[in-house]
Design a protein around this ligand. Structure first.
Ligand SMILES: Cc1cc2nc3c(=O)[nH]c(=O)nc-3n(C[C@H](O)[C@H](O)[C@H](O)COP(=O)(O)OP(=O)(O)OC[C@H]3O[C@@H](n4cnc5c(N)ncnc54)[C@H](O)[C@@H]3O)c2cc1C
Length: 414
């Protein structure tokens, strides 16, 4: 008997995890990407795998700090001058999402989506090339200011409500835990139940090969549109040619806004660009991922070196990179890790897919019976990816979902 089939657009962590869960649910899977597998945002992130990521970026107080960040050329947030008017409506919605009540609801939804990430990765990576790439390592947040690493009273309340274990550290305790750090950090927060990925690109490609071994077809080609009839998508247009589909899941990261609009649902997906440097043979490196909460970037020990990743830049998908932002990370590396060697450094930029309420889109396409959306995880996609995949497979299969998907509804911006 032939299996029902699904075509997944986008081979980042979300598309690949979705493919594996869809196979488990009994579907024949075709996975299509415009580029090579795992070379979007899933390539160069900081690899923090965080069941305890329950504090949204859009939280009361951020709009007091944001203007200062924007004015500081070395600050963690930038909007390219020519892009400001375009991103203004997005920012206006983001301002509304940063109110306390909305932020608490976002936090609850984040807990549901991220809480099971380590277990979901265990299931997906078992007996694959990706096995062992996810590790329960703990994560450390540090600040040069006293009583700051733990965040606001509301951030602490959110962690407490979600049952996230969080331990405040003083100067001496930070020194004992991470002797590689310069003695400049006055407050620290240890999240012992969070983890790390030793190499996000190897993780995604290893999982994609597992899907292929299970029978998935992986194709290279850019999806530019759809052939539709009534409430059904008949085919996707790949490099100008129709490719028939029975069902289609859009998991194309920051490019998903254009594709979902083609399917009649306009969603405010912005490309929130980040940068990284990866230092091969740094000589000095932390044992666990360390987030600098003042400058808002993460330092992650990986099997390819020490990676510093962060910054949020709104410039649109097509703007050329501003490598000055990656250069700043080199200065930060020298400041945080005395003795670090910067002889071999690679740099990268990628687009986080971000919605202005801080939550992804996960569910059936409102206007079509055989199309589904799974994208928009902004800063948390490596943590959310395996659970996003599980839930979208449940939705495609018409099964009850293992988490409440109402907060992620594709029609919530109507
Ligand atoms: C600097 C930085 C640091 C980060 N650190 C972390 C972290 O520590 N922890 C964490 O959890 N998250 C982190 N993130 C966020 C995380 O990387 C993303 O949320 C996640 O990778 C998004 O995965 P995705 O599969 O949705 O998108 P992507 O990985 O971008 O994949 C989308 C894919 O779709 C393909 N595609 C796009 N358009 C088309 C089309 N028209 N046709 C065919 N294919 C198409 C692309 O080629 C791409 O391969 C970070 C992000 C950045 C930028």
């Amino acid at each position: 008997m032939t299996k029902p089939s699904v075509t997944v657009v986008g081979a980042g962590i979300v598309g690949v995890a979705s493919s594996l869960w869809l196979q488990r649910a009994g579907f024949q899977v075709t996975l299509i990407d415009a580029g090579a597998v795992g070379e979007g945002a899933s390539f160069g992130n900081a690899g923090n795998i965080s069941p305890g990521a329950v504090v949204p970026y859009l939280i009361p107080g951020i709009w007091r700090e944001a203007p200062g960040w924007l004015l500081d050329p070395q600050g963690p947030l930038a909007v390219r001058p020519g892009y400001f008017l375009k991103v203004l409506p997005w920012l206006a919605t983001a301002v509304r999402s940063a109110k306390e009540e909305a932020a608490l609801a976002t936090s609850r939804a984040m807990h549901a989506l991220h809480g099971g990430t380590l277990e979901a990765y265990d299931t997906l990576t078992k007996d694959t090339e990706a096995e062992g790439l996810i590790e329960l390592s703990g994560q450390l947040y540090v600040s040069e200011k006293p009583d700051s690493a733990q965040g606001s009273e509301l951030a602490q309340r959110m962690r407490a409500m979600a049952g996230v274990k969080a331990i405040n550290l003083d100067w001496m305790e930070i020194r004992e835990l991470e002797p590689s750090l310069a003695p400049i950090f006055k407050s620290g927060l240890l999240l012992p139940d969070n983890g790390r990925c030793k190499n996000p690109h190897q993780l995604v490609t290893g999982l994609a090969r597992a899907a292929e071994r299970n029978g998935a077809t992986i194709l290279r080609g850019k999806v530019t549109g759809f052939q539709k009839q009534g409430k059904r998508v008949q085919a996707i247009i790949v490099d100008g040619k129709p490719h028939p589909v029975e069902r289609v899941v859009i998991a194309a990261g920051a490019a998903s806004g254009a594709l979902s609009a083609e399917l009649g649902t306009r969603l405010p997906v912005e490309a929130e660009r980040g940068y990284h440097i990866t230092i091969e043979d740094p000589v000095v490196a932390p044992r666990m991922p360390v987030t600098n909460t003042d400058a808002k970037f993460a330092c992650s020990p990986m099997n390819c070196g020490l990676r510093l990743a962060g910054t949020a830049e709104f410039a649109g998908m097509e703007a050329p990179p501003n490598w000055q932002r990656a250069e700043l990370l080199k200065l930060q590396a020298q400041k945080m890790f005395p003795g670090v060697k910067l002889d071999k450094v690679t740099r990268w930029t990628g687009n986080r897919p971000s919605l202005p309420d801080g939550l992804p889109v996960l569910g059936a396409a409102p206007k079509y019976d055989n199309a589904y959306f799974a994208f928009g995880n902004s800063h948390f996609g490596m943590s959310a990816g395996p659970v996003m995949g599980k839930v979208i497979a449940e939705i495609v299969a018409g099964k009850p979902t293992s988490i409440d998907v109402a907060p992620f509804a594709p029609d919530r911006f109507r």
